[in-house]
Design a binder for this molecule. Structure first.
Ligand code: NDP
Ligand code: HSE
Length: 437
């Protein structure tokens, strides 16, 4: 089996190292030896350390390598939309199997890849694209195909989980925690894709597509990052027996007209400390799947890093090589359900709202009236004297309100009206709450 490897960075170099170290075992598992036909990179002169590979295998001609007659499998670990999309579409149409870790491309234009795979009768595998080393996509696309998945809730970005865990552990603000993440090599020089939630949103789109047999793209995902999460929010969460996580949530439900649909979102949320995802710390990932017959399932492990991600890439390489030798291909994309994606306003969420208020008669009634006008039911309300709550600077008292589940649009409109209410001096913290209801 001849492999074209596109990319030799954090992930690609580990793929090459593992191919070398485990060559005998991989050959035995596949039933044929694996050979590297070529490695496409951007800079031929880059120092690649002691990578166990002949220097003449490196090329900057990715197009030529992909088109080469003697390539069976293309492994893409470059990233980005173009030129990766062109390479992979060409490879698949030519009947070559593709293994990719490129979540951005799959979420942006997975349809182009799946269509090309169907045209060429080729395999398209991408286990490494979501949650790195964790075997997650194969269970969704194979093991759970006899079941019906209702909800997927996950921590799928290691960088932001590290930052939020650090804020929770030390009381640090976002900027300080980001600095630590950068120093330790978790956050990239430009951390935008991680901290603004783009990376998690791409993964959410891929998970939702597999879980609900529906094409969901990055543009369908409601996305909020963690840059607005403050030390006061973290302290408020702690006071409630909760912690804050950047969650990806894909859920089945019904739209306004009662038709089955899905909602897919990424945003920070408070979760109770007893929630299965609350103890996922550091840069780890975890995904909680709720299926009708199987019940709750939890997947946990390293979501990033060269070796961890290479493990998932090589698992896919073994699978596609076995398929080629057996003359079969994996089942095509399953998008038959074709469910509509609900707008965020229709997603059912709960809010935790901390208000700085004057401590005088009628304030609580005025605040409660706003919730009632928007048909939002209050689950708990707690008044604390100013200074006893992290959020209560400059107020007579702090009102901490947690709602029952309501459409997100109604909750957002409630908060908007509270901002203009005389009795409310300021809104100290607004966070969604997940779990526990
Ligand atoms: P890196 O930036 O470390 O490596 C990218 C590689 O692609 C480099 O070898 C680079 O060449 C090469 N490259 C870039 N542009 C071109 C081009 N135009 N033609 C040929 N080669 C090119 O990325 P990572 O290894 O971190 O990520 C690779 C993929 O894996 C991405 O899709 C990423 O999202 C995904 N992924 C990464 C994870 C991680 O932990 N890093 C985890 C899960 C998925 P050169 O070496 O010459 O610069
Ligand atoms: N930047 C990503 C993360 C890498 O922090 O999780 C893995 O996809």
């Amino acid at each position: 089996m001849r492999l074209a490897i596109l990319g030799c960075g954090t992930v690609g170099s580990e793929v090459i190292r593992l191919l070398h170290e485990q060559s005998a075992d991989l050959a035995a598992r596949i039933g044929a030896p694996l050979e590297i036909a070529g490695i496409a990179v951007r800079r031929l002169g880059r120092d690649r350390g002691d990578l166990p590979v002949a220097p003449e295998l490196f090329t900057t001609d990715a197009v030529g390598l992909v088109k080469s007659e003697d390539v069976d499998v293309v492994v893409e670990v470059v990233g980005g939309i173009e030129p990766a999309r062109g390479w992979l579409v060409d490879a698949l149409r030519a009947g070559k199997s593709v293994v990719t870790a490129n979540k951005a491309l799959l979420a942006e234009d997975g349809a182009a890849l799946h269509d090309a795979a169907a045209d060429g009768g080729a395999d398209l595998y991408y286990e490494a694209a979501v949650a790195g080393a964790i075997p997650l996509l194969r269970p969704l696309r194979e093991s759970l195909h006899g079941d019906r998945i209702n909800r997927v809730t996950g921590i799928v970005n290691g960088t932001t989980n590290f930052i939020l865990s650090a804020m929770d552990a030390t009381g640090a603000g976002f900027a300080e925690a980001l600095e630590e993440a950068t120093e330790l090599g978790y956050a990239e020089a430009d951390p935008t894709a991680d901290v603004e939630g783009f990376d998690a949103a791409a993964k959410a789109a891929i998970l939702a597509s597999l879980a609900f047999h529906t094409r969901v793209g990055a543009a369908d995902v409601h996305r909020e990052g963690i840059t607005e999460v403050t030390a006061a929010d973290v302290a408020s969460a702690k006071a409630m027996g909760c912690t804050i996580k950047l969650l990806c949530i894909a859920a089945r439900g019904t739209d306004a007209s009662g038709r089955e649909s899905v909602s897919v979102r990424v945003h920070p949320a408070m979760i109770p400390l007893g929630h299965p995802l609350a103890s996922v710390g550091d840069a780890y990932n975890a995904v909680f799947v709720e299926a009708e017959a199987a019940g709750p399932l939890m997947f946990y492990g390293r979501g990033a890093g060269g070796a961890a991600t290479a493990s998932a890439v090589l698992g896919d390489v073994v699978a596609v090589c076995r398929n080629r030798l057996a003359g079969v291909r994996a089942p095509s994309e399953s998008a038959y359900a074709d469910l509509a994606v609900r707008p965020m306003g229709e997603a059912l969420t709960r809010y935790h709202v901390s208000l700085d208020v004057a401590d005088k008669p009628g304030v609580l009634a005025a605040v409660a009236g706003v919730f009632a006008r928007h048909d939002v039911s209050i689950a708990t309300v707690r008044q604390a004297p100013a200074g006893t709550e992290p959020a209560g600077r400059g107020a007579d008292a702090v009102l901490v309100i947690v709602t029952h589940t309501a459409p997100d649009a109604a909750l957002a409109a409630t908060v908007e009206e509270l901002r203009g209410l005389d009795a409310v001096r300021s809104i100290a913290s607004v966070l969604r709450v997940e779990g526990g209801e």
